[in-house]
Design a protein around this ligand. Structure first.
Ligand code: S3P
Length: 449
């Protein structure tokens, strides 16, 4: 599966990567800033918003609900909200493209109002499970008409009399947690989510920033209980979005692998629920210096200076998975260049991302001469010299495309991805930024040309 206008791209072995860069704004925070801005009374001002397809689909969705979202010439976004309970029924179908976070969180946003909304997405998103979100929302009173397994396209009708629930997450998913909390905003009483495993907490932090009454306590056996009082008046905020650690991962791993490299990535979000990759690379022997640590808007940031280092394989424990769930494809590339074996455990959620990422990584590594093995929820990679020369199928998955382009920078022979177009969903400046550091890419022929 490739995008309608597939754009094959080849990465070639490259010399040292050098320079200072800033990757675009965090995708998770960008979606949430637009959504909470749409529910606040007054104007929320967002700087550093990620201007990529996924987030622009959320901006379009908020406009479809009646919020005003304006972009100033300098890239500042202004969101004039409608107040909790003030969303209007969209007249058309809301197409979220490739964006799982966008569609799942918006389902929560629309759940506590009697409006009908029809959602769809691209060839990747229509395959992804929505039942994990629709199940708790149905308990709160949402009605759903969907294909089996709750796949898109689907129509939901929010509830006139929403019920608060206490919901224990059956999967470690920040999207499910956030959808229930956003539904809880419009629900009278207290909505509670219990997460047995800590997942990214941007929704909770931002809700608190917008003035919601939210209480978070540790659960006796581990995990957290999050209780949100419904129907607050949200106060508009000024939000400066930090650089996305999931995008920073690509220049960080590239600089680690390419001999002679010295790269600094500025202003990276260092939320503890997002930096599992940094911890893992350090365990493997990476040279990453965390400098200029600071705080803005309740989030920690830092500049990361990365120099080339030889890596050794490690076992990544299952408990670390939620803090690096989007980073396993690029970790697998680092593992391919490391000595020995790297084992990644408890990563079953990778199978329901933009693609089945375990399958896509295994196929891509084998096509380039790297030995690996996998099971339902694990992946193991045997590192060493990387032959390269393979063509990788990206399955409309931006992170598969970027990961294998990084592999090509250190492979014996060039590595081609069948479609680099999906990179625009999260990191439109990836090629230019990497080329600016010294990475070598060239347009490739379509397979059937
Ligand atoms: C996200 C949560 C994660 C992650 C996704 C963004 C979010 O998904 O993979 O890219 O912004 O809440 P899950 O909640 O399904 O793990």
């Amino acid at each position: 599966m490739a995008s309608p206008a597939a754009r094959p791209l080849t990465a070639l072995k490259s010399g040292p990567l050098r320079g200072r860069v800033r990757v675009p704004g965090d995708k998770s925070i960008s979606h949430r800033a637009l959504m909470l801005g749409a529910l606040a009374v007054g104007e929320t001002v967002v700087t550093g918003l990620l201007e990529a397809e996924d987030v622009m689909n959320t901006a379009a969705a908020m406009r479809a609900f009646g919020a005003t979202v304006i972009r100033d010439d300098d890239g500042t976004f202004r969101v004039r909200g409608l107040g909790v309970g003030g969303l209007m029924e969209p007249t058309g179908i809301i197409d979220f493209g490739n964006a799982g976070t966008g569609v799942r969180l918006t389902m929560g946003l629309a759940a506590a109002q009697p409006i009908a909304v029809t959602f769809t997405g691209d060839a990747s998103l229509v395959k992804r499970p929505m039942g994990r979100v629709l199940e708790p929302l149905s308990e709160m009173g949402v009605e759903v008409i969907a294909r089996s397994g709750g796949r898109l396209p689907l129509t939901m009708r929010g509830s006139r009399l929403p019920l608060p629930i206490t919901y224990r997450l059956p999967v470690p998913s920040a999207q499910v947690k956030s959808a229930v909390l956003l539904a809880g905003l419009g629900t009278p009483g207290v909505t509670t989510v219990i997460e047995p495993v800590f997942t990214r907490d941007h929704t909770e932090r931002m809700l608190r920033g917008f003035g919601a009454d939210i209480e978070i306590v540790d659960e006796p056996g581990g995990g957290r209980r999050i209780a949100l009082a419904g129907r607050p008046e949200l106060k508009p905020q000024a939000i400066d979005v930090p650089a996305d650690p999931s995008s920073a991962a690509f220049p960080i791993v590239a600089a680690t692998l390419v001999p002679g490299s010295d790269v600094t990535v500025e202003g990276v979000l260092m939320n503890p629920a997002r930096i599992g990759l940094i911890d893992t690379l350090l365990d493997m022997g990476a040279d990453i210096e965390v400098t200029a640590e600071r705080e803005t808007g309740g989030e920690r940031l830092a500049d990361l200076r990365v120099r080339h280092a030889e890596l050794a394989g490690v076992t990544v424990p299952a408990e670390r998975a939620p803090s690096m769930i989007d980073e396993y494809p690029i970790l697998a590339v680092a593992a391919a260049a490391a000595s020995g074996e790297t084992r990644m455990l408890g990563i079953g959620e990778m199978r329901v991302k933009e693609s089945d990422r375990i399958a896509a990584v295994v196929a891509g590594l084998r096509a380039n001469g790297v030995a690996c093995a996998d099971g339902p929820d694990w992946l193991s990679v045997r590192g060493g010299r990387i032959a390269g020369g393979g063509r990788v199928t990206t399955h409309l998955d931006h992170r598969i495309a970027m990961s294998f382009l990084v592999l090509g920078l250190v492979s014996g022979n060039p590595v081609t991805v069948d479609d680099a177009a999906p990179i625009a969903t999260s990191f439109p400046t990836f090629e230019a930024l990497m080329a600016g550091l010294g990475a070598s890419f060239e347009a490739a022929e379509a397979a059937d040309a």
